[in-house]
Design a protein around this ligand. Structure first.
Ligand SMILES: [Mg+2]
Length: 128
């Protein structure tokens, strides 16, 4: 099994407070993460670095999480059909966020905010 510290993780979230929480939570686990502030930035960062896991906020300015996920999946299909980054939708309330739409866009999983270390740990295990 791979060490979670070797995972390349991108955290796409426009809310600075949630970014800070993620910074500390992942920091406590000794796992470095990269940050994007909107979907467009997330997509561009993904193109330049092969991430293992992307935590994708649903609602972001410039480009939302759904559109960013669609673009990432299209890019994967074009460039490297054998790889598929694990994308987790970050949402305040999954019921209101239309689970089907997330899955259709190419997301793999969901995590409700605010998240806890325990939840993150189980998510990391799944994304290997
Ligand atoms: Mg947001």
């Amino acid at each position: 099994m791979r060490d979670p510290k070797d995972l390349k993780i991108l955290f796409a979230e426009d809310n600075r407070i949630i970014q800070r929480i993620a910074f500390f939570t992942f920091g406590q686990m000794g796992i470095p993460i990269d940050f994007a502030s909107n979907g467009k930035e997330a997509f561009e960062m993904y193109r330049n670095k092969k991430y293992d896991l992307i935590l994708m906020d649903m609602q972001m300015p410039v480009m939302d999480g759904l559109e960013a996920t669609r673009q990432i999946r299209a890019f994967e299909k074009e460039t490297n059909p054998d790889t598929r980054v694990y994308i987790v939708a970050l949402t305040a309330n999954i019921i209101s966020e239309k689970k089907d739409e997330c899955l259709l866009a190419g997301m793999d999983d969901f995590m409700e905010k605010p998240f806890q270390e325990q939840k993150l740990r189980s998510l990391l295990l799944k994304s290997f």
